[in-house]
Ligand binder design. Structure first.
Ligand code: G3I
Length: 433
């Protein structure tokens, strides 16, 4: 049920070795640079989605979903934005979020709304032109984003937030906790996880993911690369994500070592010739060893505890808060109830489409669901996620995966698919168990 993604660079879409590997191995895509502020709004009020759309279209036409990266960041601002300050910069940020998110409305799985807003060592905010517009700039960005595209998950994304005892991790944790308490719309936290000797994979990484998830947000590993690509460390990261039910997936920051922003570190799963590295095998083995199961999920192997070299270099200014208990979202004894389901077309292009089905529980919680429909034409499902498909020909049946069968009374869950042929929105029947 988790995705495994990669960053894609538009300039490499003509490289057939690159696209072959990317298409074969990954089902989530992040634009490495093309959805950033300088790329999408090179002149104020003039948006350019040429390269962003090249990546988006390649991804969706190959059955992949897309993470949006990124809307508000102190880096990769176009010159006109760098020279703004105060209320005009604040307005420019709001306009930028609205402009980009409306172009991709309903099409992006999750947006990195705000990127890298925390200082590396103090646990406080990083100084930047955005920060100088007022401390509320982050929540304004999230509220703007929610209005612009209510269907996208909204993430805060940062690096060096992997080690639970680091002050930066605590700073971001406290912001997310505050946002959840005050109803600021935030759905997820992205952990870039660029691991190297200065910022090594910490033995408490799983604790960090668990503690953030316990605040009521999803967690995603958004830019994974590991200096030297230790097979063991890659497996540890995968097992840590698998151990946290709200860890949605993992994205590596590039395909081959030669595609990496740190190519000299050979930090990825494929070498410069496109060959699978030992880390690839260890990731695949960890994924294959995972047993999908209803909550409480089995705990994958615990990673080795932190070695002295994992100790924080910046010392935490205060001790970490105790881990809040994780409360189960559903009572396991909930009575079965009815359900309903609706389908919408997320995107379509000549010869193909992407659709999403929302399953809604009735007056009681449900523990499983089965959605059925008949195509009137002859679309073919090419890839389906968050559901298990059966049926053949024009009759389609999709039942829940082990991890998304339980839905609270009145609550919803979704599954999605890409298809070839013309998009349809048939009426659906939903059976609950
Ligand atoms: O495309 C131009 C090329 O025409 C020009 O000749 C060349 C000369 O410098 O620059 C090329 O653009 C570079 C671009 O990458 C594409 O390769 C930029 O200079 C360079 O600054 C840019 O670096 C990107 C970096 O973000 C910028 O901050 C990296 O590719 C990208 O991997 C990196 O990604 C970030 C995430 O967004 C946020 N987290 C950290 C991560 C790594 O730094």
């Amino acid at each position: 049920g988790r995705y495994f993604g990669t960053a894609i660079a538009s300039g490499k879409l003509g490289d057939s070795q690159y696209t072959t590997i990317a298409n074969r191995e990954f089902n989530m895509v992040t634009a490495e640079n093309e959805m950033k502020i300088d790329a999408t709004e090179p002149n104020r009020g003039q948006f350019d989605f040429t390269n962003a759309d090249r990546i988006y279209n390649w991804a969706v036409q190959n059955g992949k979903r897309v993470r949006g990266h990124t809307l508000a960041w102190h880096q990769q601002q176009p010159g006109w934005m760098q020279s703004l300050s105060g209320s005009s910069l604040r307005q420019a940020m709001i306009d930028h979020i609205n402009g980009v998110m409306s172009h991709y409305k309903g099409k992006i799985y999750a947006w990195d709304v705000v990127n890298e807003a925390y200082d590396d060592s103090s646990g406080g905010r990083r100084d930047s032109n955005l920060q100088r517009t007022g401390n509320d700039w982050i929540e304004v960005a999230f509220r703007t984003a929610r209005n612009a595209d209510p269907d996208a998950k909204l993430c805060y994304n940062d690096y060096n937030t992997d080690n639970w005892s680091w002050a930066k991790t605590q700073g971001v944790y406290n912001m997310v906790k505050d946002f959840k308490q005050r109803g600021v719309p935030i759905d997820c936290v992205g952990f870039q996880s660029h691991f190297n000797s200065g910022s090594p994979y910490p033995g408490n990484y799983r604790t960090t993911l668990q503690n953030f998830a316990a605040l009521g947000v999803d967690v995603q590993i958004t830019e994974l690369d590991i200096q030297g690509a230790s097979a063991q460390t890659y497996a540890n990261v995968v097992n840590d994500c698998l151990a946290v039910p709200r860890c949605n997936g993992i994205t590596t920051w590039g395909v081959r070592d030669s595609d990496s922003w740190r190519s000299g570190d050979t930090p990825l799963l494929f070498d410069g010739n496109g060959n699978k590295k030992a880390a690839y095998t260890s990731v695949l083995n960890a994924l294959n060893a995972a047993v999908p199961s209803d909550s409480p999920s089995p705990t994958p192997p615990v990673s080795p505890s932190a070695t002295p070299s994992d100790s924080p270099s910046p010392s935490p200014s205060d001790s970490p808060s105790p881990t809040p208990p994780v409360s189960p979202s559903q009572s396991p004894t909930a009575e079965p109830g009815g359900c309903s389901a609706t389908m919408r077309t997320v995107n379509s292009w000549p010869g193909g489409f992407q659709s999403e089905v929302t399953v809604r529980a009735g007056g009681s919680a449900i523990r499983g669901w089965t959605v059925s429909w008949n195509w009137s034409g002859s679309p073919t499902i090419t890839q389906l996620w968050n559901g298990v498909r059966s049926g053949s020909g024009s009759a389609v049946t999709v039942r829940n995966e082990s991890y998304n069968g339980t839905v609270a009374a009145g609550g919803t869950t979704t599954f999605g698919f890409t298809g070839s042929g013309g998009a349809e929105t048939p009426s659906l029947t939903c059976a609950a168990s």
